[in-house]
Design a protein around this ligand. Structure first.
Ligand SMILES: *Cc1c(COP(=O)(O)O)cnc(C)c1O
Length: 393
């Protein structure tokens, strides 16, 4: 066993688990702790001066949190990792780690909208300027790099419009100028895209989505290379981030089924997207695993699977038609977030959250999350919805 590296499914089961430390318990126990006592002055001094992750004070992390962070780090393939009370908190920590007065950030125009808001509010006020770039820019990012550019923020595919980014090309251009590459890797989860094998320096997960996987706990993670570890750790500590032990526990528990869940999301997502593509009411399907999708070649080159989240643009219709479509859905819920076991359908407005790549479609943009339900039942639900859409004309 020693010489053969563990396969992914085995890592999923083992990562971050240390039963020998916890009376043999299979799962890391939930430690609720603020004060951590030390018996002697020597022990206290040793704890205070220890490097890396030690239980020193609850805010700095518990064994439950460290177990979760260790598991995510191993699956993402990074050097070390940190966890946060939400995915957005993780994005904020990662950006702030590289922010300074006068710094310049390059952020994909397809970015998760609250990350853009962070750049346009607090970071702007602190003297950081942001240029948004076409997600399909690839090596052309080179032209936008300024002497004060500190990071290129990527999200691939974008979680509303599903453009696949050429991460290796972006990373090569950024690294040639000493610029770090951050990636929101939530869509693929740590399983279907290996950020550090593609040149990413800092990988972010909204663990709220697939890692937790059950639409309950909120969590975020940042995994880094060795070179970026100190900057991210410092930002995380000075901002006072802390991960609740019950949520860290749910995060590590979600990991154990990530492989089987994602394989089913992949199958159901492709089946639903393919069925929608053949509907006359649907103008465009945005799913990189479908042949013919503009991002298909890059997806095939860099990813090992697809999650259950994809987009569509319907033919032009009225608000009444859209209401008829979504209001009567039985199996598809309507609401924010995704990555749980349940299917979702969310009308979205990319045109409101872009600044350099216009989104101009007469029909509504509708995002689907393929859950783990029976695919025939899901299709029947959508078939009935299209009948309502057409009847409401
Ligand atoms: C949901 C989401 C986030 C933010 O995660 P929260 O846990 O909701 O704060 C970040 N990026 C992407 C792509 C997301 O979908």
């Amino acid at each position: 066993m020693k010489d053969s590296p563990m396969k992914e499914d085995t890592k999923i089961v083992r990562a971050g688990r240390h039963p020998e430390r916890f009376e043999g318990a299979v799962n890391p126990p939930v430690f609720h702790a603020s004060t951590i006592l030390r018996p002697t002055l020597d022990a206290m001094d040793a704890a205070m001066s220890a490097k890396g992750k030690v239980t020193l004070y609850g805010r700095r992390g518990t064994p439950t949190q460290f177990a979760f962070e260790e598991a995510v780090t191993e699956l993402e393939g990074g050097f070390t990792g940190f966890s946060y009370p939400s995915g957005l908190a993780a994005i904020a920590a990662a950006m702030i780690a590289f922010a300074e007065q006068g710094a310049h950030f390059l952020v994909t125009d397809s970015v998760y909208a609250p990350a853009r808001r962070l750049c346009e509010t607090l970071l702007k006020r602190f003297g950081v300027t942001t240029t948004y770039y076409d997600p399909l820019i690839g090596a052309g990012i080179e032209r936008l790099i300024q002497p004060n550019t500190r990071l290129v923020f990527t999200e691939s595919p974008g979680s509303l419009t599903f453009e696949v980014q050429d991460i290796p090309a972006i990373a090569a251009a950024a690294h040639a100028r000493g610029v770090k590459v951050l990636m929101d890797n939530t869509w693929a989860s740590p399983l279907f895209f290996k950020p550090f094998e593609h040149g990413v320096d800092v990988s972010i997960q909204a663990a709220t989505k697939y890692i937790v996987g059950h639409s309950d706990a909120m969590l975020g993670t940042v995994t880094t290379t060795e070179a970026c570890a100190d900057a991210v750790q410092m930002a995380t500590q000075v901002l006072g981030y802390h991960t609740a032990p019950d949520d860290a526990y749910l995060g590590q528990r979600g990991i154990r089924t990530l492989g089987v869940r994602l394989r089913q999301h992949h199958i159901n997502g492709i089946a639903l997207a393919t069925w929608l593509k053949n509907r006359p009411e649907v103008k465009k399907v945005m799913h990189p695993a479908l042949p013919g999708d503009p991002g298909h070649a890059l997806w095939k080159r860099d990813f090992t699977g697809a999650s259950g989240l994809f987009g569509t643009v319907f033919e032009a219709g009225t608000r009444k038609q859209l209401a008829a479509f979504v209001d009567g859905l039985v199996l598809f819920g309507m609401g924010a977030s995704w990555g749980g076991y349940e299917s979702l359908c969310l009308p979205s407005h990319p045109e409101k959250v872009r600044s350099v790549t216009p989104w101009d479609h007469p029909g509504p943009t509708i995002r689907f999350h393929a859950g783990l339900e029976d695919i025939g039942d899901l299709i029947a639900d959508l078939d009935a919805a299209f009948a309502r859409w057409n009847a409401a004309k």
